[in-house]
Design a protein around this ligand. Structure first.
Ligand code: ADP
Ligand code: MG
Length: 345
């Protein structure tokens, strides 16, 4: 009898201690919250959203990520006359210029994709992009002659990059680099690295619809995202659940004007010097936002048939193409890979 009572008391006491321990633990365990901030960067609104259990760390991590993006913009923007790319465009025709490691990395990657896409992607497109202004009230088409002349200065093979010396020179007078099709993707990747260095294990970086998603959203599960309909404003054409991937879209509906029922937009075919006409939009899913950014532009230029063949060459890349008639094409894995958990079905 006594033994039973003592045993009972012992059990009671043990339970009480365990309960007290759990209570103390639960008091000290911080709850996960979603923190987000936006800034205007690279010509678009960039939103960083992260899951964190500490407001101070979250704020610092987001600040540092934005600082990194701004730093990259200062190096890579062709519109900022003080940027490194502007310096290259002004000074490096026919002589060498030393460039920072980030530029070596980006230009080296671009050159390999130019070779791989037979020049559909070409960062030496600058002399042609300069002829277009999509912000003016009354749009003006560049003349055939100006496009023809500018096209003579476009060829990625004339960009000479020396990785050992971290230097670059442009081999033709009047050549101009434009990293508009890759800088956003690169800066998204770099911002994600900064967040991860702060120990952030889940978040989204959204630069005007170009996204990097990692970890799980609060309450678990992948993030839900939507892809803009290329012809219906504020309407989505696709919903996806996705994580630990980047998804980037190149479309003809952000920067464009229409003259005589023809849509002139900012994704140019280096072969003709005029906008690429085969697609309305291309979305690419890839492990890196820089690669997704490059391939989205390249596939847009290649057009639906060649573009889809290009996407299908790599098991790490998936894509959705909307052709000029509005027809949708999906790569095999876009529909089948369970990791993408496409909600359409
Ligand atoms: P967005 O700027 O809407 O994200 P893209 O990633 O497709 O779209 O980039 C388009 C920009 O890339 C253009 O504004 C121009 O600066 C540049 N560009 C246009 N055509 C090409 C091309 N064929 N190859 C490389 N860059 C290009
Ligand atoms: Mg791009």
């Amino acid at each position: 009898m006594w033994v039973w009572i003592i045993g009972c008391k012992k059990n009671y006491l043990r339970s009480l201690i365990i309960l007290l321990f759990i209570f103390i633990l639960s008091c000290s365990k911080k709850t996960l919250s979603l923190y987000h901030r936006s800034q205007f960067l690279m010509g678009t609104v960039v939103e960083i959203k992260i899951v964190c259990d500490d407001e101070t760390i979250a704020g610092e991590a987001i600040d540092q990520a934005f600082t990194k993006m701004r730093e990259i913009e200062r190096i890579m923007s062709a519109k900022d006359p003080k940027s490194m790319v502007s310096r290259i465009n002004n000074e490096s025709a026919l002589h060498e210029i030393v460039i920072p490691p980030s530029l070596v990395e980006v230009i080296d990657t671009c050159l390999s994709y130019s070779a791989d896409t037979e020049g559909a992607f070409d960062i030496s497109i600058g002399s042609i992009t300069k002829l277009w202004d999509f912000h003016q009230e009354t749009p003006i088409l560049p003349s055939e002659e100006s496009v023809r002349l500018a096209r003579k200065r476009v060829n990625y093979k004339w960009i000479e990059l020396d990785k050992e010396k971290s230097s670059l020179s442009l081999k033709r007078e009047g050549m101009s680099l434009d990293l508009g099709a890759v800088a956003k993707g690169y800066s998204i990747d770099q911002a994600a690295c900064v967040l991860k260095r702060f120990g952030i294990s889940a978040g989204i970086i959204n630069a005007g619809g170009d996204l990097m998603l990692f970890g799980q959203k609060p309450g678990n599960g992948p993030w839900n995202i939507g892809i803009q309909h290329p012809r219906k404003k504020n309407s989505l054409i696709e919903n996806l659940r996705i994580t630990d991937k980047a998804i980037v879209t190149s479309g003809d509906y952000e920067r464009y004007f229409i003259i005589n029922n023809k849509r002139y937009h900012h994704i140019l075919d280096p072969g003709t010097g005029w906008p690429a006409w085969g697609c309305q939009s291309v979305s690419i899913i890839a492990p890196s936002a820089m690669i997704a950014d490059i391939i989205a532009t390249a596939v847009f230029v290649l057009g639906p048939e060649k573009g889809m063949k290009y996407i299908e060459r790599s098991s790490l890349i998936e894509g959705m193409i909307i052709d000029s008639a509005g027809k949708k094409y999906y790569s095999t894995g876009w529909k089948q890979d369970a990791a993408f958990q496409n909600l359409r079905e």
